[in-house]
Design a protein around this ligand. Structure first.
Ligand SMILES: C[S@@+](CC[C@H](N)C(=O)[O-])C[C@H]1O[C@@H](n2cnc3c(N)ncnc32)[C@H](O)[C@@H]1O
Length: 259
């Protein structure tokens, strides 16, 4: 329970939230993760009442607005939001829990309190997600902080591993500098533009540059098309989109489809 963002009302993640880390619901990572690093993987589909349904993951789900809107529109799809700021995680989980209890809606939405990159890397099985959503990720504008950006070669490698063939990584940002950085990374991972990942072109900021074992042109790049649940004149309809739209910021987006 927490009272922070609830403005005095207790926030409760019961039945909707999953907590990683010490004291959480995930077993500790084994000391020996095995040569492929797969020994810590968990069956995240089993967290949903209908595990066989398609799974979509939102990274950095904030207050959960996209999950609430999209999850209500697509009840036949399972949505997992991953958020590492505890108050935002709790706020979103509480929001979903109240909808489940009041209206029986959003039983297809779960919130996970974890670092999304670490979770993708160590916990998520291969080819289990249909879509990964990344909207208005923290831009980390200072050069010395660029290594903290979510979009980097190792992240794209993990997304490709976790996505089903034909699955999509959907990205929108408002930040021109981060977008330029993303475009450099996309060029290495997408056909037809950019050199093959096998050529090992590194950004210089990133330890996880493409290397042997990756599939050349692991993604096809497509223009972003708006989310079905977005409001009129919106692209996805998250809290940050609404805030930045009021400030008349431009938006940049792409879809990387796993080949
Ligand atoms: C700028 S906010 C955008 C929130 C939401 N997507 C939106 O558009 O309104 C970025 C969010 O990503 C979360 N975040 C940043 N790095 C993360 C990570 N490694 N794992 C999980 N969440 C992360 C932050 O806590 C924050 O809630």
């Amino acid at each position: 329970m927490s009272f922070g963002l609830g403005r005095g009302r207790a926030l409760d993640d019961a039945g909707v939230g999953v907590r990683a880390g010490p004291g959480g619901e995930l077993p500790p990572l084994p000391d020996d993760l095995g040569p492929e690093g797969r020994a810590g993987q968990v069956d995240i589909r089993a967290w949903f009442p209908h595990p066989q349904r398609p799974l979509e993951i939102e990274i950095g789900s904030g207050k959960g607005t996209f999950l609430v809107q999209q999850g209500a529109l697509r009840p036949e799809t399972n949505y997992l939001g991953i958020e590492y700021a505890r108050e935002f995680y709790l706020y979103a989980a509480d929001r979903v829990r109240r909808r489940v209890e009041a209206a029986g809606e959003l039983t297809n939405v779960r919130l996970l309190h974890a670092d999304a990159f670490e979770f993708l890397r160590w916990r998520v099985p291969d080819a289990c997600a249909r879509v990964i959503h990344l909207y208005f990720a923290d831009p980390w504008p200072k050069t010395r902080h660029h290594k903290r950006r979510m979009v980097r070669d190792e992240f794209l490698r993990q997304c490709r591993r976790v996505l089903e063939p034909g699955g999509e990584l959907r990205i929108v940002t408002d930040h021109a500098g981060y977008w330029a950085w993303m475009e450099e990374h996309f060029a290495r991972w997408c056909v037809p533009s950019g050199p093959s990942p096998l050529r090992g072109v590194g950004s210089g900021h990133d330890q996880g540059s493409p290397r042997g074992g990756d599939v050349p042109g692991g993604f096809e790049r497509l223009p972003f098309d708006r989310a079905e649940s977005a409001g009129q004149d919106e692209v996805v309809g998250t809290n940050f989109e609404r805030k930045y739209r009021r400030e008349r910021r431009p938006f940049y987006g792409a879809i990387l489809r796993r080949r």
